[in-house]
Structures are given as structure tokens and as C-alpha cells.
Design a protein around this ligand. Structure first.
Ligand code: XMP
Length: 514
């Protein structure tokens, strides 16, 4: 566990879909917190030395035989504790209250009557809306606890221990449907745990710089720069810590957007004065991709080719002991609900590169959510448009050219893509969407330009809104923007004579076309 803050809140995860949201809310209140599995054990909890503990909700029934539990000793650590939903049911169960399986889940808004004399509800309305989502219900509070709130359906909707700073609430304060939820969490943090709430990006940077310096010592560090947010912020932070002992490797695979390679070099090498080795590998990648049309085949070629080139370059640098990577918090949370296949795959990939190079990993962003990494980037002085850029896939334009990839198709798509981005930025819709891009289709259609008949390719315009790319909706962008992009692409890009807008959401579609 990392020492990244002097005041930390520990969130024990019982598998709720909202666990990450609890963490977001706590951090938004400028208090550092980490999510760990419910079963990390007392020693780890003591070592973490939390100022407060939050037990999350979860899908289990506390009365089931294999229900996830914590040791009752957690309540004797002298650390304030808040049980949310399942966390409250568990508290009730452990202290001898009565938890019964309800006939049906209570799900939705409820009106809460609360005792504003309790610290948790200090300064709040006596009657307010809260969001319920639970199966078990509590019929009788545990001994030694007082009921401090109820709803029409839940006579015991919140409890407080009579002498210890231990609380339980049946509803979810972390969701937007509980309008005073943030105030409740802040009452827990500031009035009950009595933390200061001074965790900022500046303090995070200071702590990180010291720990990177200490870990790296006199060794050298290598970092792969892709132009994306995570690797850029990682590189800049490590550079602030160890200066010229960091070397970045930027592989130009020829599948990047227009002006991308130049932008990376001018920002990082010229402006920030970082050591960046640029590898011009466009021909290498294009040769390997010749005639390949299958999307997975393309990925299987591009991924390993990148790894080979990266390793070859990294081995040329003397005394390198560390590989810096931009892994983010959602990739590493070992929680009950989030250790899904994708987390496993990413970790595996990271380990692979570190292992192949026999280097230790430095992952300075591994405690941060994406928008915190962006805030960190801004704080480090990385240009705004680099920090807020849309995600761009590793295989680049190769998976946005359906069919085989050629130099000519790449230059056609690059021009169209540049127009799309320019117009999205001009209209301010760039920040409204998750991604916006063009897909070059291997389909030709007839058109007419002036007196001439044309027979050229179709470009599909894709723009989606999304929170995390797991699901997405096609973006309802205005007709004016569609018109401008269509007119400009057809007028300015030779090789495209028709533009269509993709109105598929995910699921059932995916964001990319390949
Ligand atoms: P899909 O198309 O699966 O995309 O809905 C979800 C998100 O992932 C990006 N994406 C990739 N990123 N390598 C990457 O680094 C890939 O092979 C890849 N495929 C998709 C995509 O741009 C979107 O943000």
C-alpha cells in the first residue's frame, strides 16, 4: 500500500456497482481514499492506518452461508466506520440485530426522516429524498445502537452506535439520486473522522516526486510515449522527478493522425526538453500489414511489432532498471466487483513488457482515476488540448480503414479525420463527446461533382457519448455540424464522395468499427 497521503480513508468493497463512486465522492471532498477487498485482513487494515473506514454495499445477503464478512475486531480499532447498504446490514448482523430477506428488492427513491441531532445528518433537512437499492431489510436494530432515520418501508434506515463512532445507512449517499448524499459523506469525513480535507494534486505531486526519486536512485528509467493522456502525464511526472535519467521512446507506426508525431516531438522533446527517441517504423508496420483485412489479425501484428521495437530500443539505453507506465486506478483495483477479465488482461500486458525487459514497473498514476490524471497533467503544465484529447486506439488508423491498409488510404483518412476534429473543436462539441472520428469504408458509390460523375469511397462519421467506453450512445450532434463536416470532407478530400453518420449505440455495436 502506498503512502500517498497523510490522511486516508479505507473503503472495503463488498461488490457494489457503486463502490468506485464512493471513492470518487470522497476524493472530490479532497480526502484520499483507496478501495480494497473486504477480506484484506486486520493486519493490512492496521498497516494502511485509515482515519475512517467505509463498508460498501454489495449484492450478497448477509444471512447467506457464504456471505462476505469482516472480523468484528474492525469495529474495535477506534477508527470511525460507516456501513452503506450491505455494510449496514453486516454491522447489524454482527452486533445481533435482525436482518431479514425481503420478498422483493426495494429499489428507487424514498423519503427519509432523519434525526439531525446525529453528527451524520448535521445541518441537513429533516425530511429528504434518498436512493434505496437493497434486498435484505433490517427489522430490529442491534443492541447498543440507536435508530437515527427511517422511511415508510424501512423502520431502521440508519443507525448509530451509542458510544462508538460507528454508523450504518440503508440507502446510497454516493449516487446523484440522493441530493444531500455528499453532505452526509462530508459529515462522516469532517465531523466524525475529523480529517482536514487537504488532499490536492499539488500535494500528490510532491509525495510522488519524492517516492519516485527514492525508488529510482541513480538508475535510468524508460517510458513509452504514445501521445495519449496517460503516458504523457506519466512521462512528465517522472521527468520532473529524475530529469534526464528518463528516456522516452516514441514509436511512429505510421498509423497515427495527421501531425501527431510532430506534435509529440515538439511538445515533449522541444518544449519540455525531455529525452525522446523517435523510431520511424511506418514502413515496417505497413509491410507487415500488407494484404491483411481481418481486424484481429491487424491487432495481432501491430501489438507484438510495437513490443519488439520498444524492447530493441530500450535495450540500447544503459543502466535502465525501470519501465514507467500510465496504468490507472480502475485497471488495478482488486475489488470484488471490478477484477473482471479486462483488468486481468491489462495487468498481464504490463507485466509482460516489464518482464521481457527485466525491469521493475513505475506506475505513478495507479492511484488515480482518469479525470484525476488529467487534473495532474494540467498541474504539470501539459497543454490543455493534450490533456483533454479523446482516447485513440493503440492500433491507430489501421482499425479505422476497413479492409487492407495502404499508404494511400491512410492519407485519405488522415485528411478527413483532421477536418472532423477541427470542426468538432470549433463547434465546442469536442468536449461533449467521448470520441469523434472517421472510418474509411471499402465501399464505392456514385456521385456528381460539377458536371462530372464520381465513383469514390464512403466515409462513416462516428461520434459517441460515453462515461467509460463500456457502453456508448451515438452523439446527437446538430445538423449544422454534420453539414459542415460532410461538405468539407467531400469538397477537400480526394477519394471520398459520400459521408454517412453512424447511429449505432454500444451495445449492440462497438465504438470502433473493427
Ligand atoms: P470498442 O470499439 O471496443 O472500443 O467499443 C472501446 C474503447 O477502446 C478503444 N479501443 C482500443 N484501444 N487498442 C486500444 O488501445 C485496441 O485494440 C482498441 N480497440 C478499441 C476504442 O477507441 C474505445 O475508446
Amino acid at each position: 500500500m502506498n503512502d500517498v497521503a497523510h490522511e486516508k480513508i479505507l473503503i472495503l468493497d463488498f461488490g457494489s456497482q457503486y463502490t468506485q463512486l464512493i471513492a470518487r465522492r470522497v476524493r472530490e471532498s479532497k480526502v484520499y481514499c483507496e478501495i480494497h477487498r473486504f477480506d484484506i485482513g486486520l493486519d493490512k487494515i492496521r498497516e494502511f492506518s485509515p482515519r475512517g473506514i467505509i463498508l460498501s454495499g454489495g449484492p450478497s445477503y448477509v444471512t447467506d452461508e457464504n456471505a462476505p464478512m469482516v472480523s468484528k475486531e474492525v469495529y474495535d480499532l477506534g477508527v470511525p466506520l460507516l456501513g452503506i447498504c450491505y455494510g449496514m446490514q453486516l454491522t447489524t448482523h454482527l452486533f445481533g440485530g435482525e436482518v431479514c430477506k425481503a420478498d422483493h428488492r426495494e429499489y428507487g427513491a424514498a423519503r427519509l426522516a432523519c434525526d439531525t441531532g446525529a453528527e451524520l445528518f448535521f445541518g441537513l433537512d429533516e425530511s429528504q429524498e434518498v436512493w434505496m437499492s437493497h434486498g435484505d431489510r433490517i427489522d430490529r436494530e442491534p443492541e447498543g445502537f440507536a435508530v437515527i432515520a427511517h422511511t415508510a418501508n424501512a423502520p431502521v434506515a440508519a443507525i448509530k452506535h451509542l458510544t462508538k463512532p460507528v454508523y450504518g445507512i440503508q440507502f446510497h449517499p454516493e449516487v446523484a439520486h440522493t441530493p444531500q448524499g455528499t453532505e452526509m459523506l462530508e459529515n462522516f469525513l469532517f465531523r466524525i473522522c475529523k480529517v482536514a480535507g487537504d488532499w490536492t494534486m499539488r500535494s500528490f505531486i510532491q509525495e510522488k516526486l519524492e517516492s519516485i526519486r527514492e525508488e529510482v536512485g541513480n538508475a535510468n528509467v524508460v517510458c513509452g510515449l504514445s501521445g495519449g493522456v496517460d503516458s504523457s502525464v506519466t512521462a512528465k511526472l517522472v521527468h520532473e522527478a529524475v530529469g534526464d535519467r528518463l528516456t522516452c521512446i516514441f514509436v511512429d507506426n505510421g498509423l497515427l493522425r495527421q501531425g501527431e508525431a510532430e506534435k509529440v516531438m515538439s511538445s515533449y522533446a522541444d518544449h519540455f526538453q525531455m529525452k525522446v527517441i523517435k523510431v520511424d517504423a511506418a514502413t515496417h508496420f505497413l509491410d507487415k500489414l500488407k494484404g491483411i483485412t481481418d481486424p484481429q489479425e491487424k491487432r495481432k501484428i501491430i501489438g507484438p511489432a510495437f513490443v519488439d521495437i520498444f524492447i530493441e530500443e530500450a535495450k540500447k539505453i544503459p543502466n535502465v532498471k525501470f519501465l514507467a507506465q500510465g496504468t490507472l486506478y480502475p485497471d488495478v483495483i482488486e475489488s470484488v466487483s471490478f477484477a473482471g477479465p479486462s483488468a486481468v488482461i491489462k495487468t498481464h500486458h504490463n507485466l509482460e513488457l516489464g518482464d521481457l525487459l527485466n525491469m521493475d514497473l513505475i506506475e505513478p498514476l495507479r492511484e488515480l482515476f482518469k479525470d484525476e490524471a488529467r487534473a495532474l497533467g494540467e498541474e504539470l503544465g501539459i497543454p490543455h488540448d493534450m490533456v483533454w484529447r479523446h482516447p485513440f486506439p493503440g492500433p491507430g488508423l489501421a482499425i479505422r480503414i476497413l479492409g487492407d491498409v495502404t499508404e494511400r488510404k491512410l492519407s485519405v483518412l488522415r485528411l478527413a479525420d483532421a477536418i472532423i476534429l477541427e470542426e468538432f473543436k470549433k463547434s465546442d462539441y469536442y468536449k461533449e463527446v467521448w470520441q469523434a472520428f472517421g472510418v474509411l469504408l471499402p465501399v464505392k458509390s456514385v456521385g456528381v461533382m460539377g458536371d462530372e460523375r464520381t465513383y469514390e469511397n464512403v466515409l462513416a462519421l462516428r461520434a459517441v457519448t460515453s462515461r467509460d467506453a463500456m457502453t456508448a450512445n451515438f452523439a446527437p450532434i446538430p445538423y449544422e455540424l454534420l453539414t459542415t463536416i460532410s461538405n468539407r470532407v467531400i469538397g477537400e478530400v480526394r477519394g471520398i464522395n459520400r459521408v454517412v453518420y453512424d447511429i449505432t449505440s454500444k451495445p449492440p455495436g462497438t465504438i470502433e468499427w473493427e
